[in-house]
Design a protein around this ligand. Structure first.
Ligand SMILES: Cc1ncc(COP(=O)(O)O)c(C=O)c1O
Length: 399
């Protein structure tokens, strides 16, 4: 075992207290190993992980095909800059293009970085126009540009002035969106399903209405699929459920099966607006990320995991809707593939704590929404086990 895994949780917490900036709230647990939907801590406890890697580990922990691809690549060529061609980056772009709306890719390393690229592309594509419309409850990242696009005041505190040009609109409100468009507006940036905002599905007709407004006013319709993309919702990309094709799509999180990676996709007509020299990312599309990204997409296809994500979604929906019928603490159940939100009428934090004690990993967002982003290769038995535990915990805490 590597030396980094030899400390007990208590000692690791102390190491962090001394040397790591405390900008995260962390559980006092040192995780040392993962396999599929299980992780182990340094005390040897095993956890069922229904929130693996904050949505990044869509194939579970250490998916064999990704491990193999990364091991091969790391022994061959770790990094070369984007002044060269790399077959793997080209093939990765080809696969993403084939599974989405065609067009071309720009690669980076995170969701925020992908959205920064989208913001710059929108402005470059429409000279003289700079305003971008986004939606309340949305989340687009923590860099100043993507944060300025994020219409949640709690994330802005103490950071102003933000980047100019963003206008925040009520989620689902097409009339307000139409009224906000002026001669300086260049784009609409929206998550097709809000993730951090509480797994909120778009009201019927909303995305279609945005498409129509974008067409009417020559705006770029940009979908942030950082959380919903790459199979999470049971289709390759969430937009495919709604029959609305964006002009620009941003990806990260699950894109490389747990390895850092981000991407922006756009049509071949719009892509040239990112001219040489106007945007770059040193590590973007590096050979390791590219091989991991290809392995991720190929695994999803080879193992029929889009269908599995849909079946798993049905299991969670049935179990949680049945629970809602007999538990007043449950306000709503929202499911799209393996993107699951259980909205409560009580505080969600104690539920997460109690689940952790029961060795079940879940997340709470917006204070009251228990969010699950399980792996799309979770087994049905694991899904049932997770539902049993979660339901038991909610019942205990609610009563
Ligand atoms: C929809 C969405 N966009 C952007 C981001 C930011 O991604 P990253 O943390 O990789 O910068 C997130 C992260 O949770 C997200 O959910």
């Amino acid at each position: 075992m590597a030396t980094t895994a030899s400390l007990k949780s208590r000692d690791t917490v102390e190491l962090f207290r001394q040397y790591v900036i405390p900008n995260y709230r962390r559980y006092p647990v040192n995780l040392v190993r993962g396999e599929g939907s299980h992780v182990w801590d340094s005390e040897g406890n095993r956890y069922l992980d229904l929130f693996p890697g904050w949505g990044c580990n869509l194939l579970g922990h250490c998916p064999p095909a990704v491990v193999q691809a990364v091991q091969d690549q790391v022994a061959t060529l770790i990094h070369v800059p984007n002044t060269w061609h790399m077959e793997s980056q080209g093939r990765w772009a080809e696969l993403l293009s084939r599974h989405s709306f065609g067009g071309q890719a720009f690669f980076c390393n995170s969701g925020a970085e992908a959205n920064e690229a989208a913001i710059k592309l929108a402005r470059l594509h429409s000279p003289g126009r700079y305003k971008i419309l986004t939606f309340e409850g949305g989340f687009h990242g923590r860099t100043l540009g993507s944060l300025s696009a994020t219409a949640q005041p709690k994330y802005h505190e103490g950071l102003g002035p933000l980047v100019a040009g963003f206008r925040y609109l009520p989620w689902g409100d097409l009339a307000a969106t139409a009224a906000a468009i002026d001669d300086e507006t260049c784009a609409i940036l929206v998550e097709p399903i809000q993730g951090e905002g509480g797994v909120r599905l778009p009201p019927p007709g909303f995305l279609q209405g945005l498409r129509a407004l974008a067409d009417q006013h020559r705006l770029l319709l940009m979908f942030d699929e950082v959380q919903t993309g790459c199979g999470r919702t049971g289709d390759w990309f969430a937009y495919q459920h709604f029959g609305v094709t964006p002009d620009v799509m941003t990806l990260a999180k699950a894109l490389c099966g747990g390895i850092a990676g981000g991407a922006l996709l756009t049509t071949a007509e719009i892509a040239p607006s990112l001219k040489p020299g106007m945007h770059a990312s040193t590590f973007g599309g590096n050979p390791i990320a590219a091989r991991a990204g290809i392995a991720t997409l190929e695994t999803i296809e080879r193992e029929g995991l889009l269908e599995n994500a849909q079946l798993l979604g049905d299991v969670f929906r049935q179990r949680l809707v049945a629970f809602q019928a007999r538990c007043d603490a449950v306000a709503d159940v929202r499911v799209q593939g393996v993107m699951i939100g259980l909205e409560l009428r009580i505080d969600g934090a104690p539920i997460v704590e109690r689940c952790l004690e029961r060795k079940l990993l879940v997340n709470c967002t917006q204070g009251t929404v228990i969010r699950l982003l399980p792996a799309m290769n979770l087994t049905r038995e694991q899904a049932e086990e997770g539902c049993d535990l979660l339901i038991e915990v909610v019942e205990q805490v609610a009563n």
